[in-house]
Design a protein around this ligand. Sequence first.
Ligand SMILES: NC(=O)c1ccc[n+]([C@@H]2O[C@H](COP(=O)([O-])OP(=O)(O)OC[C@H]3O[C@@H](n4cnc5c(N)ncnc54)[C@H](OP(=O)(O)O)[C@@H]3O)[C@@H](O)[C@H]2O)c1
Length: 254
Amino acid sequence: MGRVEGKVALVTGATGGIGKATIERLVREGARVFAFARQEGPLRDAVAQYGDAVAIGTGTVTEEADVARAVASCLSAFGRLDILFANAGVEGVVKPLTEITAEELDEVYRVNMRGTFFTLKHGAPPMVEQGKGSIVLNSSVLGLSGMAGLSAYAMSKHAVTGLMRSAALELSPRGVRVNSIHPAAVDNRMMRSIERLAAPDAPNSVKDKFTSMIPLGRYGTNEEIADLVLFLASDESSFCSGSTFTADGAFGAL
Ligand SMILES: NC(=O)c1ccc[n+]([C@@H]2O[C@H](COP(=O)([O-])OP(=O)(O)OC[C@H]3O[C@@H](n4cnc5c(N)ncnc54)[C@H](OP(=O)(O)O)[C@@H]3O)[C@@H](O)[C@H]2O)c1
């Protein structure tokens, strides 16, 4: 018996490093998954190995109608929704806050804040109807603390933390648990991008600096974050709601 046997999950950001690793864990542990991302080709490639256990939908989390359609498609494909992983996100720019343009700020806001809000808004009702469900919002260590050069991203991820807390207070009395996860640097595309944006000529020096800020002495892996999501998605975390869960190699203990 798998740890999420018979459950149905909806995962946004399904083509990204953390999204793909989470889908692998959920399917391996007995769930069926509705995978949502922007581009059909990469999405099909990402889930081809899982056959009927995974259905897909394309669109952007920044458009409410796209998210509503994804939830409806999940329900028509699998008949229920037990686990919602609001994971789609962008890093935006790395620069002093005095140099961030309104357009750059809006892009981060639209995906990380609006997109996460719409995902929760449309994913929660079927769970409330069932009287049970687990919602996991992907924030960041920068949803709990700040970092020079990443103010727009940190602001957007703090908003995700606030959304999680408010949603947990609204939805827990109706049987739906809501938690957020807060990874430190994960060894994947997003960190490669942040390293390049911070120092185009010396991205490895940025990686060294970030690594030195993590007492465990390394970046995390997509799979380590997926393991935390799996715990929160499963009934093993049945008394956990309204909490922030870090996976950060002790970054936040400083
Ligand atoms: N990597 C880290 O170090 C780290 C640390 C803490 C938190 N996080 C958070 O973890 C989450 C997943 O990121 P990742 O590390 O797996 O990076 P990633 O590989 O860049 O994945 C990001 C995912 O979000 C999707 N996405 C972006 N904008 C979207 C939109 N408008 N609509 C729908 N999907 C959209 C991307 O799809 P496309 O292929 O369509 O772009 C991709 O699937 C993000 O919320 C990120 O902020 C990451």
